[in-house]
Design a protein around this ligand. Sequence first.
Ligand code: P6P
Length: 332
Amino acid sequence: DQESDIGRDLTTLSRHVLSQIGTHDPDAYDMSALMNRIGLAGKMVSRRLSRAGLLEDALGVTGDVNVQGESVKKMDQYANRIFVRAFEQSGLVCRLASEEMEKPYYIPENCPIGRYTLLFDPIDGSSNIDANLAVGTIFSVRQQEGIDTTGDADDLLQPGHKQVAAGYILYGSSTMFVYTIGKGVHSFTLDPSLGEFILSQENVQVPESGSTYSINEGNYCHWEENIREYIRHLHRQPGYSARYSGALVADFHRILFQGGVFLYPGMTTQPEGKLRLLYESAPLAFLITQAGGLATTGKVDIMDVVPPKLHARTPLIVGSRKDVELATSFMK
Ligand code: P6P
């Protein structure tokens, strides 16, 4: 009815963050403004993605190779630039660390103690863009604990428990914003007619088990025997389906809402796995933990892992508690 429509459309992202923290807390306005700024950057990325096929310079690669040795997609570079520019005049974020930048980007005028560091993967799964498949942005927020004089961001080499906020934006059939500040997981849907992320579900809880598993079976020949044994075990279970999109955010989002398990394990060719700890696995581990699920390396909780360097990789098993426990039991 009219009243509930009005109530719903007024529950925007920034208002929800304020209500989560409480306006008595001075940090409430900063965190609300920070989330809103991330939302603005996400809306700009979403707008460009929705018209990518019509633009001269949105699809394809730039010709550069990033610090990861991966070819840079034009949208990776565009999205990274949007996040950097969005926070330059914000007064909120002192430093940005991104998959697309070898060193963090500092905004000195924003760097009094107690400001935030934003760690992010601007476009996760960017190889999907040219095929018009879902991609996402993943972000993690940590307290800026001091001025990092060496520029090596050594103060960021701390476990995922130090995160103050985490979330992602999923550019799918709709554009969704999912976040946690440690008080549950909440999802928002972009209403293009309003240009606002409107609350679509509060306190999302991941089902304690699911019927899908998500892993790149093309890597079978590189898996350790324990992973092969686990997957063969799943193949013998009736009713299990494989779902793998090539974009971590899309696979994670399906699991968050429908249950299941995603794995990018260490392999004989790459024992530390492929996914990054600080701005891919740790934020998703914060989210899944808040939603009642689990995220491990196969040995320990992702949130306990201390990265040796900024762009450290980690094996990742994430999803429904029972499914992750079963998978992890094969890793011992
Ligand atoms: P593979 C995308 O490059 C990404 O970082 C994740 O989004 C995705 O889950 C994974 O890598 C896909 O990697 O090796 O299966 O193509």
